[in-house]
Ligand binder design. Structure first.
Ligand SMILES: Cc1ncc(COP(=O)(O)O)c(C=O)c1O
Length: 450
């Protein structure tokens, strides 16, 4: 009988991250300086990031060693299990085999510590004492709070105000790991003050919180900024997820047909799927499906243009699919998917046709989450539920077409701190938002001229 959970031993854990850059079908367009609009050099990034991470950002080396200290911390929860969702398959009466990589077993409850620990390590190594960051739902903030705590560093988290109000327990988790949490927009930064002057009731957005966190970091010598997604080095760290998945599938002799992940900034989807890219590029038939909310349809409705990474135009300008840096998505419960752009690496592959994208409304996403919770047990994060919805849809297609495909999705996090979202769903208070086409067009008018 096939095992339900496929484990790797600690000795089998990958010891290198996979860098997709040398395997890209064409080079990544360079990031630009927000002021001069000229290509950025490492020195421009030095006030924001440590050199170790800047080097990874531009590295063309395919394999990068994971430092021993980071491996040792990873062992607190890694390798994570690859699970067969047998009871979900049975409920769907699908001939497809559904597997999920369970990243929810980390201390913070998601994939985010894979990069938080690595980023804290590289900063600490270069003498940085304090990290600042933004967080949406609080998953990233709690992961960085955890990472900083392990390396004895201070951590300041700007938390998108709507999530700060919806998710008090995430704030408490961050504070338990020693972080200071500020609802954003705040009056602690010039960027925050400007937004509040225009709209005192602003719900906040990741774009605004990033502006605040970057401004805070560059003002202080002892501080650097840390981003939980989007950047090349973040995706690099997340490839441990896909590398383990690959080894686990190999153990049971399974060949994936479809890989699915939700996309906020793109780190869990990319880290999970990129290690399979070399074979896809060689012609192997594996579909990569990125899933996003209809309320923030970056890939499905955005444009592939240069845009600012943040609202206040402090962060670098990068070429990505974007809804415009002034886009403020509605306060849906998948807070971690409310970002106006997405990772340049992912956007390039999407633009080149290697990745497909779908968007879903939050009510059908929560229906999928409920089915998963009631069959497989674990309550998914609202972000993760987007991937589950797509996996279920693909499994239903397999049933209609009588196809025995292997569907693998990334279970990016649990929803134990998102129960208020489940409460809203169960009491039928969740609204579906289709972001109006005119509003998207309006936000796209402000793209920088480069
Ligand atoms: C559980 C979970 N999944 C997914 C995401 C989306 O981020 P990314 O696209 O970088 O993986 C988040 C972001 O906060 C998250 O908390």
């Amino acid at each position: 009988m096939e095992e339900r959970k496929i484990y790797l031993s600690e000795a089998e854990m990958p010891r290198q991250w996979y860098n997709i850059q040398p395997d890209l079908p064409k080079p990544l367009p360079p990031p630009l300086h927000p002021g001069t609009k000229q290509p950025l050099g490492p020195q421009d990034l030095a006030p924001i990031f440590p050199m170790g991470l800047i080097e990874q950002e531009v590295s063309q080396q395919r394999w990068i060693d994971i430092p021993e200290e980071v491996l040792s911390i990873y062992k607190l929860w890694r390798p994570t299990p690859l699970c067969r969702a047998k009871r979900l398959e049975e409920a769907l009466k699908t001939p497809a085999r559904i597997y999920y990589k369970n990243e929810s077993v980390s201390p913070a409850g998601s994939h985010k510590p894979n990069t938080a620990v690595a980023q804290a390590y590289y900063n600490k190594k270069e003498g940085v004492k304090r990290l600042t960051t933004e967080t949406g739902a609080g998953q990233w903030g709690s992961a960085l709070a955890f990472g900083c705590n392990l390396f004895g560093m201070e951590c300041r988290v700007y938390m998108v105000k709507v999530s700060y109000q919806q998710k008090p327990y995430r704030r408490m988790l961050m504070e338990t790991w020693g972080a200071a949490v500020t609802p954003s927009p705040s009056d602690k930064t010039e960027a925050g003050k400007k937004i509040l002057a225009k709209d005192p009731n602003s719900p906040g957005s990741l774009g605004i919180a990033i502006s605040e966190a970057v401004e805070d970091a560059v003002k202080r010598e002892d501080s650097r900024y840390s981003l939980g997604s989007v950047l090349n080095h973040v995706i690099l760290h997340q490839t441990i997820v896909g590398l383990e998945t690959k080894a686990q599938l190999k153990k049971i002799g399974a060949d994936p047909d479809i890989l699915i992940g939700c996309v906020g900034g793109g780190s869990n989807f990319s880290g999970f799927s990129f290690p399979f890219f070399p074979e896809k590029k060689e012609g192997k038939k594996i579909r990569f499906i990125a899933v996003e909310p209809t309320a923030c349809p970056t890939l499905t409705k955005g444009l592939y243009r240069y845009d600012y990474g943040d609202t206040a135009q402090i962060a670098p300008i990068v070429k990505m699919y974007t809804l415009g840096h002034n886009f403020i998505p509605p306060g849906i419960h998948a807070g971690g998917l409310r970002y106006h752009g997405a990772a340049p690496l992912l956007c390039l592959l999407y633009d080149e046709g290697f990745v497909e994208a779908v968007a879903y409304h939050q009510n059908p996403v929560f229906e999928a989450a409920m089915l998963f919770a009631c069959t497989e047990g674990t309550i998914p994060a609202p972000e993760t539920a987007h991937a589950i919805k797509a996996a279920i849809d693909e499994a239903i297609k397999c049933k209609e077409r009588k196809e025995e495909k292997v569907i693998v999705f990334n279970f990016s996090g649990h929803g134990h701190f998102d129960l208020s979202a489940y409460d809203s769903f169960l009491s039928k208070k969740l609204e579906d938002f289709e972001y109006p086409e005119e509003k998207i067009k309006e936000a796209l008018k402000d793209l920088p001229q480069v």
